[in-house]
Design a protein around this ligand. Sequence first.
Ligand code: DGY
Length: 343
Amino acid sequence: MSRGRPRAFVTRLLPEPAPSLLGEVFELCGNLGDRPLTSREILEGVPGASAIVCTLADRIDAAVLSAAGAELRVVSNFAVGFDNIDVTAATKRGVLVATTPDVLTEATAELTWALILAAARRVVEGDALVRSGRFTGWSPSLLLGKELTGGVLGIVGMGRIGRAVARRAAGFGMRVLYTRRSGPLPAEAVPGGEQWGFAANLHALLASADVVSLHVPLGPETRHLISAPELAAMKWDAILVNAARGPVVDEAALAETLRQGHLFAAALDVYENEPVITPGLEGLTNVVLLPHVGSATVATRRKMAESAARNAIAAVRGLPGVNAVNLQVPCVPPCARVDQWRV
Ligand code: DGY
């Protein structure tokens, strides 16, 4: 078999510099437009690819990995989350699964605060009121919100994004309480966070927090982490924010809880059956609904694009520096000398 340029199957048009970087190394194929591919189009397009460069909206399961075949070295996700990829199946096949951590941390933390503030101060309701022409002038009782200053911000999952959200709490006069699967953060890992409190368990956090913000990855242990009992454990006037992954929250239970008037509000950037919105949510005024835009700034999407492209290139060339979540996959032979390649 002649060994020309390796093929990269790209599921969606990504911002520059991804197309340029990938194009220097790979023969590009797939979808260079901005519409999601169907599962069938992905299955039919991947055979012979050395790299699949995909988005969180593309399901890369065992069937896709098998259809790609023996050449496949890497699935490079244009996201930090990777619940759309069957990592176990990829690892069995010796395929790296790469993600774009770090570069989207600050943008996602900013969006989380936009959600917190929008929910607390009823920003969306106010905007709708003004646009509707029903704003008749200042009123002592118009759209009274929830004050954040002096409250407790509960962060569930203290990874990079959780910590970036926590750092911003000081600016709003909020105390931070957090849960973390692997225990309290070591002191040296929390510059500025000496005051953050570690909650013994999720229910202890839920009982004390005025705002609960979710920052856990989606996996079997976190699916429906917040369900009816957890919602009932929250303060009656608390705010729930989800900018992580939709299935972390049982949305039917959330809609019912909000409908009953328990909780001040919720704010969601992600959905259990994305992009379908759970019935009952869209009719409520005390829920803010955004279309999964946590990382959607011009600068961050460029950085994610570069990271996804460089991950694919480094993986195919057997170079170090791939942000892989299944690092047990060995370097693909023949490993090139690092200085031999421009990545
Ligand atoms: C991610 O990278 O996982 C984000 O959800 C993308 O916005």
